[in-house]
Design a protein around this ligand. Structure first.
Ligand SMILES: Cc1ncc(C[n+]2csc(CCOP(=O)(O)OP(=O)(O)O)c2C)c(N)n1
Length: 629
């Protein structure tokens, strides 16, 4: 890495001759492929913006100038050029550098991102702050064509165009979201790239003119001369111009010199600019070029051939959900599946192939996905919105206002609930119970294993109101999947183990570790019951009441934040019942954002694994005993 090794800041980059920059791009690519193949991470998106990142750091004076990376999954080259080269091998590891921009990590990361569509609004805020300060630094938002489909991005564009502040939006168009991009905006952008819109219009006009009897041919040849005029009327990017932006492009996003020259020109323009660059996702690493979706967010792989190192040991929850949904949709033609640009991630690929007429990928538009589902539900359909816990946060008002208030039967299949690991605090699914539990009409379930997930989905389809099923990222526990989807009585937990000293009330993926913890407690002479709550809302009042009359302490366990979680629900319930109940320990994560690290390590750290549950329960039980002694 002859050139990269000499770069510790953008000032070092600026000393490098322009002719050597393509070699630097190669070195950055090698470094990124090498590290991501070991640590996992976002590969394809990063490989696509190497030249752009070099050009931005070459032209602008960061951190006085500011760049906001939308989603932030493409910020690796920026990290490498802005002083984090020596730490890059720690990418996404415990205590290492984050996979997304972090203000806490570097002054060159001016805004933390992780969720799509925030860059334009944040950059506009920074631009306005600059104006109010009377300063003259540049502010740039880099946003992908996929993220441009999110409502927030449109809100930002709409406001930026009318405020007329000096702001540069770089639209990185690779025609991909995670999978190929969808929607009308995406079609609009492709028509700009291919020039189809203009060519089609020209052909249409010519054929209309030629059809005019006698003089048609003559006018057509005259019209040829007006070609430039017609082009001017239908310039690419007209949409952005109408929104108040100066549109520049489309230009080749891998031509460093062209990028540098263009950025130098547009930085002088004192108005909102939309620079449209065209890039190839995964460029420079063949397996990622051929299948950019496979290497969008990837586990470690063999860099020499792109092969993935390990398959999950058991069926994942995602796969079990996808298979159950296909089965249930085969029996019920009202079942419709909706994803917000996460077809593969949420396990809907088979559904999309089997029932294309009942499958909707709405783009990165969680708010729309939920209200769209609500509309379908008013007409008697059974929409299933498959979404990651963290991204559903964005659609809170839609769940409240458009689903729960009308008590509509929309099913939320909430994947990646709980700890997700290396993607860090923007992606951990730690809040869904709190934000859903407070909503009237909402039923919330959490399966203990991949088999129960299918049964809960079947059960959800029989409930005439909104239902959320939360389940974790990754492998199930390896149980057999039943052929039939048995209905679970609504609001009923299950006793998995009897006990008289304490009772653990566990949620979802914490049920099995709680069973292990109970066994360990038994070895210490403590008799511990374990309840699979199954329903976080409504809670099983009778069972919880019965348990609390029987045991000396109660422990709730959930992979979720404590505040407002299932444990809070149990406390509220027992308090509401006006009964004298035994002391309650709530196990979960206490009031913090969970950082990036391996999920098992995080579970150990937060004492959510079997050993942690055992230790916390033992301490608590002993404390309670002393108090009563
Ligand atoms: C609100 C939200 N929903 C879903 C995602 C998951 N996600 C991460 S990147 C991505 C695709 C982004 O596409 P684009 O902006 O075009 O960037 P590219 O990866 O193609 O460079 C998606 C859907 C997210 N980060 N935020």
């Amino acid at each position: 890495m002859d050139i990269l090794d000499k770069i510790d800041s953008p000032a070092d980059l600026k000393k490098i001759q322009k002719t050597k920059l393509p070699k630097l791009a190669d070195e950055l690519r090698r470094m990124i492929v090498g590290t991501v193949s070991k640590n996992g991470g976002h590969l394809s998106s990063n490989l696509g913006v190497i030249e752009l990142t070099i050009a931005l750091n070459y032209v602008f004076n960061f951190p006085r100038d500011k760049v906001v990376w939308d989603v932030g999954h493409q910020s690796y080259a920026h990290k490498l050029l802005t002083g984090r080269r020596k730490l890059f091998h720690t990418l996404r590891q415990d205590g290492g550098i984050a996979g997304f921009p972090r203000r806490e990590e570097s002054p060159y990361d001016v805004f933390n991102t992780g969720h799509s569509g925030t860059s334009i609004s944040a950059a506009l805020g920074m631009a306005k702050a600059r104006d109010m300060r009377g300063d003259d630094n540049s502010v740039i938002a880099v946003i992908g064509d996929g993220s441009l489909s999110s409502g927030l991005a449109f809100e930002g564009l709409n406001n930026a165009g009318s405020i007329k502040s000096n702001l540069i939006v770089v639209l990185n168009d690779n025609e991909m979201s995670i999978s190929p991009n969808v929607g009308a905006m995406s079609a609009h952008l492709s028509s700009i790239i291919t020039g189809e819109r203009y060519n089609k219009l020209k052909k249409d006009i010519e054929s209309v003119i030629k059809a005019i009897p006698a003089i048609g041919e003559q006018i057509a040849s005259f019209a040829h001369k007006l070609d430039d005029g017609i082009k001017g009327m239908f310039i690419p990017g007209r949409l952005f111009e109408d929104l108040g932006f100066k549109y520049v492009g489309p230009i080749d996003g891998h031509n460093i010199n062209l990028l540098i020259d263009t950025l130098k020109k547009v930085r002088k323009l004192e108005r909102p600019i939309l620079l449209h660059i065209v890039t190839k996702k995964g460029l420079g690493y063949l397996p990622a070029e051929e299948r950019p979706d496979n290497y969008h967010g990837t586990p470690p792989f063999d860099a020499s051939n792109g092969n993935f190192n390990r398959e999950p040991s058991y069926t994942t929850y995602t796969k079990a959900f996808g298979e159950a949904l296909v089965h249930l949709a085969g029996e019920n033609e009202k079942v419709v599946a909706i994803t917000a640009a996460m077809m593969d991630g949420t396990g809907l690929k088979d559904f999309a192939e089997r029932f294309p007429e009942r499958f909707y990928d709405v783009g990165i538009a969680e708010q729309h996905a939920v209200t769209f589902a609500a509309g379908l539900a008013t007409e008697g359909f059974k929409p299933v919105v498959a979404v990651y816990s963290t991204f559903l946060q964005r659609a809170y008002d839609q769940i409240l206002h458009d689903v729960c208030q009308m008590n509509l039967p929309v099913i939320f299949a909430i994947d990646r609930a709980g700890i997700v690991g290396e993607d860090g605090p923007t992606h951990q699914g730690m809040f869904d119970i709190s934000y859903l539990r407070s909503l009237p009409n909402m039923t919330i379930m959490a399966p203990k294993d991949e088999n129960e997930l299918g049964q809960m989905l079947g059960t959800a389809l029989t409930i005439e109101g909104p239902v959320a099923i939360r389940y974790p990222r990754g492998s199930g526990v390896g149980v057999e999947i039943d052929k039939e989807y048995k209905k679970i009585p609504v609001g009923q937990g299950e006793i998995l183990r009897e006990g008289t000293d304490c009772a653990i009330l566990a949620v979802g993926n914490r049920v099995y570790p709680s069973l292990e913890a109970a066994k360990m407690l038994e070895e210490k002479g403590i008799s511990c019951a374990v309840i699979n709550l199954r329903f976080v809302k409504p809670l099983d009042r009778e069972l919880i009441k019965e348990m609390s009359q029987k045991v000396k302490c109660i422990v709730t366990v959930e992979e979720h934040l404590l505040m407002g979680g299932a444990g809070s629900g149990v406390l509220e319930l027992l308090d509401d019942l006006f009964m004298v109940h035994p002391p309650i320990l709530r196990i979960g994560v206490d009031d913090c954002f969970v950082e990036h690290a391996n999920p098992d390590l995080l579970r150990e750290r937060y004492q959510l694994d079997a050993n942690g549950i055992f230790k916390q329960t033992l301490n608590f039980f002993n404390k309670c005993q002393k108090k009563h002694a």
